[in-house]
Design a protein around this ligand. Structure first.
Ligand code: ZN
Length: 302
């Protein structure tokens, strides 16, 4: 009898364990593992990373970890030896980083990760980083660089892509911050599907004259850079993606400050962009309080 009872207990324990394993697996299938990188930026990353983390987690689609680099721009190599994020453990990596070059092993780890099928998402000043890193420039297509750095892309009045060669036209800059209209240029892309074709974005910097290799770029949205706001008088790329090996790199230059990141349009596009970079599909819905052509919408209750 004693032996039978022990068998019974062991059998029951096995059932419980199997049940837990099944629950853990189905949970893992529903959520994507996302890593935010921060630690240096000419922007207030200490304020913006928590906003990114909050709305990504609130979507229910992600579990979010944060890897912070050494925070002093004079950090010594020994400090950097401690920064070895395990990109391969994640479905998607989001960069909120603009600072010192990364150590070679970290750079190689990121490019291997993306080329092997990982997703990379670049937000605002993260495209200012690493002008000296050729593979990074290739992955982001356009970065905050001078006009001698590389080509520039704009859209003309009919929506056709215009390539301005290196050395000609505006280099990187932006005018005064303001609310501005984002125009969806690829309505069939999974991230953009169901969004209003035009929507008013909360006060932000409107980047212009971004430069780089500009190869294999898929422009998803633009904004008109008005001259009376200190802009170029041209339609500048705001959201785009580039294939890199088996991976996808999704960039938005929106998101200068905490208030810009509270735009429901920004949050929707970044969350869907992360999901799409990770999986090639989008299941996250367009929220009912998405901005309209003439009304901004902030996720932050005033
Ligand atoms: Zn900025």
């Amino acid at each position: 009898m004693m032996q039978l009872r022990r068998c019974g207990a062991a059998w029951w324990g096995l059932v419980v364990l199997l049940g837990l394993a099944t629950a853990a697996e189905s949970h893992a299938a529903d959520t994507l593992r996302l890593l935010i990188i921060d630690g240096q930026n000419n922007h207030n990353w200490r304020a913006t990373t928590p906003i990114l983390k909050e709305f990504l987690e609130r979507s229910g689609r992600f579990t979010v970890d944060v890897a912070t680099t050494p925070t002093e721009k004079t950090a010594a190599p020994a400090e950097w030896d401690k920064f070895r994020p395990e990109f391969a453990r994640y479905d998607v990596v989001l960069s909120n980083y603009n600072g010192q070059p990364w150590p070679e092993p970290v750079k190689k780890s990121l490019t291997d990760y993306v080329n092997g099928g990982g997703g990379l998402v670049i937000v605002h000043a993260a495209n200012n980083a690493f002008p000296e890193w050729p593979e990074f420039n290739q992955m982001i297509g356009l970065g905050w660089r001078g006009n001698n750095f590389g080509d520039r892309i704009t859209l003309d009045e009919k929506g056709a892509v215009v390539l301005t060669a290196k050395g000609q036209g505006a280099g990187a800059g932006h005018g005064a911050q303001h609310d501005f209209t984002v125009i969806v240029r690829d309505r069939e892309h999974p991230v953009m599907r169901g969004l209003p074709v035009e929507w008013l974005h909360v006060k932000d910097e409107l980047y212009h004259g971004q430069r780089g290799p500009a190869q294999n770029m898929h422009i998803l949205a633009t904004a008109y850079s008005a001259k009376d706001k200190g802009g170029t008088g041209e339609h500048e790329p705001m959201i785009w993606w580039i294939p890199s090996g088996k991976g996808r790199v999704f960039t938005t230059v929106l998101g200068h400050a905490d208030y810009s990141m509270q735009c429901v349009g920004f949050q929707t596009v970044v969350a869907r962009g992360c999901e799409w970079a990770a999986t090639g599909q989008v299941t996250l819905p367009v929220p009912e309080n998405f901005p309209t052509p003439d009304q901004t919408r902030s996720a932050k209750k005033n």
